[in-house]
Design a protein around this ligand. Structure first.
Ligand SMILES: Cc1cc2nc3c(=O)[nH]c(=O)nc-3n(C[C@H](O)[C@H](O)[C@H](O)COP(=O)(O)O)c2cc1C
Length: 172
């Protein structure tokens, strides 16, 4: 797939069929996520892959009942590793760790689309509930729960803001 087709064609997909996603494909997606840039190359991010139905159900509750989180056969929780980034960058490390995790998510979403999967970045969840369910250290902050599966919908492109509204040019 051409990059521009992936950029234009990727959508947030929230309905999936029950066919499993092979582990080898999940590993490929994680590799794609790790192709993302990273501040100082610290790669201040971690991944937790969840397939267990009981845990998906509990995470869906933590995500305020969002159905795609329970329905997806695979969830990938991406965490910012604040401690790792802070050791080099001090307070700015907080921002960098979140950006490291976010850039990885973007690559993962594009790779999922390229592989024919549907995926959605779920950012609305209760941090504490997610932490209690997954049990990681205090220095990790969840940035997204990515729900993944074979798509049962192809949503239309959402409206976009105009470039005039978004961009200021300072050329001369
Ligand atoms: C930081 C972030 C948080 C998001 N959280 C949610 C979410 O909790 N639930 C959801 O259904 N979609 C969520 N989305 C997906 C957006 O709704 C979606 O990207 C947006 O509507 C544009 O649609 P598109 O991804 O199909 O281009 C989130 C996206 C981002 C970047």
């Amino acid at each position: 797939m051409k990059l521009m087709d992936a950029l234009e064609g990727r959508r947030s997909v929230r309905r999936y069929d029950r066919r499993p996603v092979p582990e080898s494909l999940v590993i490929e997606l994680l590799r794609s996520a790790e192709s993302a840039p990273s501040a100082g190359n610290l790669r201040a991010r971690k991944y937790i892959v969840v397939g267990r139905p009981d845990l998906r159900k509990a995470l869906a509750l933590a995500a305020y009942g969002q159905e795609q989180v329970e329905e997806a056969p695979i969830l990938i929780v991406i965490l910012a590793d604040f401690d790792r980034s802070r050791t080099r960058y001090g307070d700015r490390g907080y921002l960098y760790a979140i950006l490291d995790a976010s850039s990885a998510i973007t690559c993962l979403l594009l790779a999922a689309f390229d592989a024919g999967l549907g995926a959605c970045w779920n950012g609305a969840f209760d941090d504490q509930m997610v932490k209690d369910l997954l049990g990681y250290s205090e220095d990790l902050v969840p940035v997204g729960i990515i729900s993944l599966g074979w798509p049962l919908e192809s949503p239309p492109a959402p409206p976009r803001r105009s470039m005039e509204e978004l961009v200021r040019w300072e050329m001369e």
